[in-house]
Design a protein. Structure first.
Length: 146
């Protein structure tokens, strides 16, 4: 179990929260749930309804759909943010490549945080834009990792 200050430092290194003041990240650190996933296990399955996003603390995750790899995500990256913002069936499966530690942030607390912290909203928009650019590159045949 990580100390609050350790969680704050990890959150500060994540794009979504990089512009959020440390004192505000204490609240986030207190609401994220620490999750451990063994290599080969799914945290997200395509088609399931999701309402949580995950931050990779340590480890690597593979985003894939019907055998096609979409992305490999590394430490301090975020996955599942779309479902946390707009609960819909998941668009892909996410599997741990190696034993992985995650922070899970559910929809309700995330919305509360966004209502109070415009920096978090900007961070989420930035991450979504990066994902769209990555998808555009992938559709043109360019390979992207993380």
């Amino acid at each position: 179990m990580l100390l609050t200050i350790e969680k704050v430092m990890i959150l500060k290194s994540v794009d979504i929260f990089s512009e959020t003041p440390e004192e505000d990240l204490i609240e986030v650190a207190n609401i994220v749930e620490e999750v451990e996933v063994k290599a080969g296990k799914d945290i997200i399955r395509k088609g399931e309804l999701g309402t949580s996003m995950y931050i990779i603390v340590e480890g690597r995750m593979r985003v894939h759909d019907n055998g096609r790899e979409i992305a490999v995500l590394n430490r301090r990256e975020v996955v599942g943010e779309l479902a946390a913002l707009d609960p819909e069936p998941r668009m892909a499966t996410v599997t741990a490549i190696e034993d992985t530690e995650l922070f899970r942030l559910d929809e309700g607390p995330l919305y509360d945080l966004m209502a109070e912290q415009i920096e978090v909203v900007r961070g989420i928009i930035r991450v979504l834009c990066q994902r769209m650019r990555r998808m555009g590159k992938a559709s043109r045949g360019e390979v992207s990792e993380g």
